[in-house]
Each structure stands twice: as structure tokens, then as C-alpha cells.
Design a protein around this ligand. Structure first.
Ligand code: IVH
Length: 695
């Protein structure tokens, strides 16, 4: 790069970075994901490194960003809110680099014992400071530029997890708690579902949504968003007896904050040396997706407060802490095209075909666009640069498009939005008509089992672990069976012989024999599993069990009128109509007969009479909801035990819920239970109940 080119590019990058920093920090409306911002920032840093003369005082690399919003009163931080240095090496080796730096700066000899560190999560939310005077919350502020933040006291007061008063009879005169406001992923998903249901715009990610909610001018708005909080440090502190103890540590400081009633994450550990840091980094990385909230890395802090003091600060960052990031969960890529996928019930889903991009730990080339209305709302067109998100076990999705992303591209307002993708009128798989239900947002193929796509999904559902449980019948095999014309209807599955199967691609005699054995084994089943396996719309596992329990026999279910179906526990008009319509179709009745003829059997009973017997069971007529992780029972095991005791497990808490069984990291369901006054049990309580103990 010539000096002239470097100068031009640096100026370009400064302008872009200022623009994006303003969108991000001041407007809470970023147009590009963090990783993209970081990339531009790193590019400018590299140019300035190579050409120091280009480093202007106003370069975004030279100051902490963020500005005070008009409308919220400025707050001067008595103790500045610093940022942390980021370790650039995202591999585990980055942890060792930090340890080496600390040892060098402390001038420790090579044979000195390992340094002790407090390792914790780097929460992805908004940094805030809570000032307690004589134990009472008097001020809540954002970080702002580190020196001056914004007064958001009223907003923070609406967050249930922020104590209004410290839980101690002898509070310190001043205690400023520093921490992060964030939004749990499940809360975020629910918020977006609500937005979708109302036809309103969806939020891009939990972090921006949380940040935006804290910086609202209207506290009622903040209150309507499900926000959470974790404390991770302190600012201005006066007269706190904790600090008088000998050799206080950061780990103990967090314990002390927790004892005062502040939420402190349990995912933290005191470790020794580089090895301890690396192990923590690995452990959290492996469990990142299973955490209920987003993190963008981990943070290491020298544990001894005395050593922290000795290490001190380098301009705006402490030398005793470092942020060690993980690969980003959002990336920019190009939307190459849109495919339409047909699901089991015929629902058409637009699927983004992307320029492959590494995000959230894997290479993603397909992502869901949910439905055309969502696509319209986001203003996405084929050819756009889009933001792809993959976090937790949520399937990858396109969350928005990049406005102003490419350096030098002018803003491209999209008014009016002219889409360049339309839902097909005919099913792309079978050519049947596509219908959109009145008032609904989904498009559906009307082909039913005539449609190969629906047939494949129906087969996979039928074979599923919770349905007929046919081991070894996966999507690759189903593709071959359907595409090769070997299977047109479910019953034909049981006519497959080793000979036909072994002729298939990648199918050895041995695996063919295994599949035939699995098919044979699946024939002995239960009425509930069989009903569920049929894939009747709106008949999930719970409904299938209710139907089986109520009627006891297949013929009674097939013959039931809508009124009789409505008598079943939890079956409403939509479900009853769906079941009735399914069995009104002669071809569906035929499928049931052929499956029975193929040898599928289950035990039947008297239904209502058996239900009377079930009343003697300890949980007869009781509905329970499970939430969080139980110490010894898996979700499925707990469910089985409850059902065996005559109880039902529901997915959400309502006034009709009899008990909520809560484990660790229990979420909104627990809140809802408390709200409604539903009794909450732990695993021990559940076991007592199962044994017929409490009631
Ligand atoms: S400590 C003096 N601990 O990361 C050190 N920060 O640049 C002050 N963050 O926006 C920060 N999790 O809000 C610390 N466990 C954690 C954190 C954490 C997230 C955020 C913080 C700030 C940024 C630091």
C-alpha cells in the first residue's frame, strides 16, 4: 500500500468507525455486527502501526468511545469505569500469554509459584454502575465514555434482579457495584415471538435489546423488557469492612456481593497459573451454547487485590485483567439466493443460501429466514450483505441486512422495499398448489403425502426416538428410500427386506440387517407413541398420551366425534378438529390398517375405566412443569416418572399448574410460578411427591 493509499484508507476507516460507533454506542442501533466493527478497527490499527504519522488525535483508536445521550442526565463516575484489554489470540494459548505478562510485570522469578486468578464469564450486555449509600440504591448509571455516564436509575429500578436495598444490617456508607445488564436467550426469543405475533419488527440480538432497554427515556418501556443483571466488581467504596480483612481477593469480593443480595454468576472459578486459565477457557467454550445467555468470552482477573494494586493501570485499562474472547456468533456474509424448504406439515420456509461464513464455531451456508413476512420486515433482498447469527442451540438465522457496511458505500435507503424473492405458487418439490391460510403467515404445500418432501419428513417423524424409535433410519437413508421410489407410504417401510436395502448406496449387508431388525423391534409399541408417530397436525406427544389414556383403544379414537374429542384433557376445538379431519380421510384410515396388518401392536385398555384406576396414582390429575437442570434426573427421566405416577408434564406455567419443579438456572417459568403462587419443588420434593408423600 503506497503512503497515499494508506492515508486515504485510514481517513475512510475513521469516518466509517465514527459512524458505526455512534450507531452502536449512542443510538443503540448498530448496522454491522461487532466482528465486522472489530475488523475495521484492526485494519485502522494496522495502518497506524505501519504509518504512525497517520495516527490523528481524533482516531477511534485513540479514545474510549460513547457519548452522553440528550435526555438522560450525565453522571460523573467517582471511580472511572474502565475497559479491559482484549487478548487477541482467541485460542487457549491467549490465556498463557496473559499469565506470562502478569508474571513479567510482577517481576516474578521463573520458579515462583503460579499466580492465582479469578476466572469468570464475559457477559454480553451493557456495563452499569449501581451506587448504594447506607445500603440504599441511590444512583444507577451507564458507563458512557468511562468518565461520564448516564443516569438510568429509574430504568434500573425496574429490573427485578437489581436490589433496591442491600441485604445487611450494617451497610457500608458507600458501595458502588459494577456489573452487566443482559437478556437471557430464552427471554429474548420470547420477546421476538411476541413481536412476530403482533407483526412488529424483531430485535437483532439480546445484547442490543438489553442495552436499548436500559437507555430508554420511559422506564415503563424498560420494565416491559425481561432484563437480568450480574455483578462482577466494585467502583467507589467507602467504609466497607470487607476490605479490612487480611489479603482480600476478587473471588471473596464477589462472594461478599452475593451475600449482600446481588446476583453473581455461579460460573466462576479461582484457578492457578496459565494451566488453570486454559482449562477454564476450554471448559466454558465447550458449554457456551448451553448457557442460558450470550457471552463473548471469559475474563481473567488477578485474584489478590493487593497484587491488583501493585499491577495498576495502563492508560484506561487495568494490567491485572484481560478479556479472552471466543469466535463471534454474528458475522456478515452475502445472501446468494433463497431456497424454499417444505416441512412435514407442508409449511414452506424460505432458507437463505449464503456465501459460507464461519460463525458460532461452524461454517454456515444455510440459515432460516422464517417466513416471507419476516423477510419483508427486515428488508432483505438476494444479493444483500446480511448479518447471520448462530448462538446456542438456535438454528442459524439471518437477523438483518448490513446498511452502510462496505467501506465507501453510501447509505442505501430501501423505500419503497421491492422484494426480489416471492413465495412460489406451486410446491417446489411436488408442484401442488401452495396456499396461505387466512390471516396466517405460513404458506403451505397442499400435496400431503403425495409430496416427496412431506413424505420424507413424515417418515423421519414416524421413525423418531419419541415415536416408533426406529434406530438407523436417518435423513440420508430416507432421501434414498423416497427418491428411489422404494417408499411411497408409511406401511411400505415394513415391507423393506435386507435385499432391497443392501442394494442402496453406502448400505452394507450388515447395516441393512440392522435396520430390518430395528423395524421389527419397533413393531411392539404403545398406543400413545403410535398416535404421535402418525404426525397428525397439533397432536404432539402430550396430546397423544392424553388421547391414549382417555380412549384406551385406536378404534375408539378413529371413531370419535369432535364432541367426544373435546372431552379429552387439554384438547381444544383446533386440536379436536384436526384429529377428526385426519381420521375422516380414507387414506389415513388405510395407513393405520396397513400398519396394523404389518404387525404393529400395542396394548389397549378400557380408557375411561382405566382412568378411574389411575386416580389412585399419586399424581393423578396433577399437572407439573419442569424448569432448569435437576441434580440427578434428566428432563426425560423426570417426565417419565411423573407420567408413570399418573401426572402430566406441561410446557408452560398457568393457573392450572399444580407444581413447578425447578433446578439450577431455572428461568422465566420459575418467575411465573412465583407470580401465580404455584408451589415450587426441588428434585427432593418431586421424589417425595412421587412416593405419595406431600400433596
Ligand atoms: S471487569 C476494570 N468483568 O466487558 C475491569 N467486565 O471492557 C472492569 N464485562 O463493557 C470490567 N463481563 O461491562 C468485567 N466479568 C466481567 C465482565 C466485564 C462483561 C464487560 C464490561 C465492559 C467490558 C470491559
Amino acid at each position: 500500500m503506497s503512503p497515499q493509499q494508506a492515508e486515504r484508507r485510514a481517513a475512510e476507516l475513521r469516518t466509517l468507525l465514527h459512524h458505526h460507533a455512534h450507531r452502536y454506542y449512542v443510538l443503540d442501533a448498530p448496522e454491522i455486527p461487532d466482528a465486522e466493527y472489530d475488523r475495521l478497527f484492526a485494519e485502522l490499527q494496522a495502518i497506524e502501526e505501519a504509518h504512525p504519522a497517520l495516527r490523528t488525535p481524533d482516531s477511534p483508536t485513540q479514545r474510549v468511545l460513547g457519548r452522553v445521550l440528550e435526555g438522560l442526565a450525565p453522571v460523573r463516575h467517582v471511580v472511572p469505569m474502565l475497559s479491559i484489554q482484549t487478548e487477541t489470540d482467541t485460542t487457549a494459548a491467549g490465556a498463557a500469554a496473559f499469565d506470562a505478562r502478569v508474571r513479567r510485570e510482577l517481576e516474578l522469578p521463573a520458579d515462583a509459584p503460579p499466580v492465582e486468578y479469578a476466572a469468570e464469564l464475559k457477559f454480553d450486555g451493557l456495563a452499569i454502575s449501581l451506587r448504594y449509600e447506607a445500603g440504599v440504591l441511590v444512583l444507577g448509571a451507564t458507563r458512557g465514555d468511562g468518565e461520564t455516564g448516564e443516569d438510568v436509575t429509574q430504568n434500573l429500578r425496574t429490573i427485578g434482579q437489581v436490589p433496591l436495598r442491600l441485604d445487611t444490617p450494617h451497610p457500608p456508607p458507600v458501595l458502588e457495584v459494577r456489573g452487566e445488564v443482559y437478556m437471557r436467550r430464552d427471554h429474548f426469543e420470547r420477546l421476538n415471538e411476541r413481536q412476530r405475533a403482533r407483526g412488529e419488527r424483531t430485535y437483532i440480538n439480546p445484547r442490543n435489546t438489553a442495552a436499548g432497554a436500559v437507555r430508554q427515556l420511559d422506564p415503563a418501556m424498560t420494565a416491559s423488557r425481561p432484563l437480568s443483571f450480574f455483578a462482577y466488581g466494585v467502583g467507589d467504596v467507602r467504609g466497607w469492612t470487607f476490605l479490612d480483612r487480611p489479603a482480600p481477593t476478587h473471588g471473596e469480593l464477589l462472594d461478599a456481593l452475593a451475600a449482600l443480595g446481588l446476583p453473581v454468576s455461579g460460573e466462576r472459578r479461582v484457578v492457578r497459573g496459565a494451566e488453570g486459565l486454559v482449562a477454564f477457557h476450554r471448559d466454558i467454550e465447550a458449554r457456551r451454547d448451553a448457557l442460558p445467555f450470550d457471552i463473548d468470552g471469559v475474563v481473567y482477573k488477578v485474584n489478590s487485590l493487593e497484587l491488583q494494586r501493585r499491577l495498576g493501570f495502563k492508560t484506561r485499562e487495568p494490567r491485572w485483567a484481560v478479556a479472552h474472547k471466543y469466535p463471534a456468533q454474528e458475522q456478515v456474509t452475502v445472501l446468494r439466493g433463497i431456497d424454499v424448504q417444505v416441512g412435514r406439515t407442508g409449511k414452506l420456509t424460505p432458507v437463505a443460501k449464503l456465501e459460507p461464513v464461519f460463525v458460532g464455531g461452524t461454517t454456515v451456508s444455510n440459515a432460516t429466514l422464517h417466513n416471507v413476512f419476516e423477510l419483508r420486515r427486515k428488508g432483505v433482498r438476494i444479493g444483500d450483505r446480511v448479518i447471520v447469527r448462530r448462538a446456542g442451540d438456535v438454528i442459524p438465522e439471518v437477523v438483518g441486512r448490513v446498511v452502510n457496511g462496505a467501506p465507501g458505500t453510501p447509505a442505501r435507503p430501501r423505500h419503497p422495499y421491492v422484494p426480489n424473492f416471492h413465495m412460489p405458487r406451486r410446491c417446489p418439490v411436488c408442484g401442488s398448489d401452495v396456499l396461505r391460510e387466512k390471516g396466517g403467515i405460513d404458506h403451505r404445500c397442499t400435496g400431503g403425502l403425495f409430496c416427496a418432501a412431506q413424505r420424507k419428513q413424515a417418515l423421519l417423524h414416524f421413525a423418531g426416538r419419541r415415536a416408533m424409535d426406529i434406530e438407523g433410519l436417518g435423513d440420508k437413508l430416507v432421501d434414498q428410500l423416497v427418491d428411489g421410489g422404494l417408499i411411497r407410504t408409511l406401511p411400505e417401510l415394513y415391507k423393506l427386506g435386507v435385499g432391497k436395502l443392501a442394494a442402496l448406496d453406502r448400505m452394507a449387508d450388515r447395516s441393512a440387517a440392522n435396520l430390518v431388525a430395528a423395524l421389527e423391534k419397533s413393531k411392539k409399541t404403545t398406543l400413545a407413541r403410535f398416535l404421535y408417530a402418525l404426525g397428525i397436525r397439533h397432536v404432539g406427544e402430550a396430546t397423544a398420551k392424553d388421547l391414549a389414556r382417555h380412549f384406551g383403544a385406536m378404534d375408539r379414537i378413529m371413531a370419535a366425534g369432535v364432541d367426544e374429542l373435546l372431552e379429552v384433557n387439554d384438547v381444544g376445538p383446533v386440536v379436536a378438529a384436526s384429529i377428526h379431519a385426519f381420521f375422516a380421510q380414507p387414506h389415513n384410515r388405510e395407513v393405520v390398517e396397513q400398519l396394523r396388518a404389518a404387525g404393529i401392536t400395542w396394548d389397549e385398555h378400557e380408557g375411561a375405566a382405566a382412568a378411574a384406576g389411575a386416580a389412585a396414582l399419586p399424581l393423578a390429575g396433577k399437572t407439573l412443569v419442569l424448569t432448569g437442570t435437576l441434580p440427578t434426573l434428566s428432563r426425560d427421566e423426570a417426565k417419565e416418572l411423573i407420567e408413570a405416577a399418573g401426572g402430566k408434564v406441561a410446557g408452560s406455567v398457568s393457573k392450572k399448574t399444580h407444581y413447578v419443579v425447578a433446578g439450577s438456572e431455572a428461568g422465566s417459568k420459575l418467575d411465573r410460578a412465583r407470580e401465580l403462587g404455584v408451589p415450587v419443588l426441588d428434585e427432593a420434593g418431586l421424589r417425595q411427591l412421587l412416593a405419595g408423600g406431600v400433596s
